[in-house]
Ligand binder design. Structure first.
Ligand code: C5P
Length: 222
């Protein structure tokens, strides 16, 4: 499977991260969490007092954050201006601000270019699993394997609330649905099922089952 690019797109809380990391680990591939990149830029905007609902203000400062993404599936890291922000990017203030920041074209252009260079490098080596919203449609349409993950809202909310250490399921559900609505409705690179993407509904499947399904797709097509 050397050199394969696997694009995993889908809604918030559909199991993209756990699935992508598991697949990369089992197949010896690198792993890139592109949501973490959007989250880190969002963190930067919040830290620098930029109004995240002012698209022009976000665009004007979009090339200032310096990001470094690690691609180890067992220990994904993201540095922002040299600081490890792996924990900070999961906070509620970031959850609430990330979709409007991600809808700004200048932010997407810059991050998409960074993603492509990381993917190109990994594709010359072992290959990579890349998760996000627009990987199969915009970032890397030539991916050999494209997966679109979804899950029923109730399943997504309880999974995410559990990950967040028992936060309120109803609040988590509302936050996930709000992000999905913005991500799917935006003008640039909305969340869509890419051409050729295999739809996997993870509702009622264990993580191991979903990893097994995607590993099977990679083995069949790569
Ligand atoms: O995957 P995660 O939930 O961490 O993504 C956070 C947010 O980043 C999404 O809600 C979306 O607004 C944005 N995103 C994006 N394009 C990607 C990955 C994430 O717009 N490829």
């Amino acid at each position: 499977t050397g050199g394969v690019v696997v694009a995993v797109d889908g809604t918030s809380g559909s199991g993209k991260s756990s699935t992508s990391r598991g697949v990369a680990d089992r197949l010896g591939l690198r792993y890139l969490d592109t949501g973490a990149m959007y989250r880190a830029v969002t963190c930067w905007m919040l830290r620098h007092g930029v109004d995240v609902h002012d698209a022009e203000a976000v665009a004007a400062r979009s090339d200032e954050p310096r990001l470094e993404s690690g691609t180890d599936p067992l220990a994904p890291t993201i540095l922002l201006d040299g600081d490890d922000v792996s924990t900070a990017i999961r906070r509620d203030d970031v959850n609430a601000a990330v979709s409007p920041v991600s809808a700004v074209p200048e932010v997407r252009e810059r991050l998409t270019a960074a993603m492509r260079s990381l993917i190109r490098e990994a594709a010359e080596g072992p290959g990579i699993v890349v998760e996000g919203r627009d990987i199969g449609s915009v970032v890397w349409p030539d991916a050999q394997v494209k997966v679109y993950l979804s899950a029923a809202a109730a399943a997504r909310a309880s999974r995410r609330a559990l990950e967040e250490g028992g936060s309120d399921v109803e609040a988590t559900r509302a936050s996930l649905l709000a992000r999905d609505q913005i991500d799917s409705g935006r003008a640039v690179a909305p969340l869509v099922r890419a051409d050729g993407a295999v739809h996997v509904d993870t509702t009622g499947h264990t993580l191991d089952e979903v990893i097994g399904i995607v590993v099977g797709l990679v083995r069949d097509r790569a």
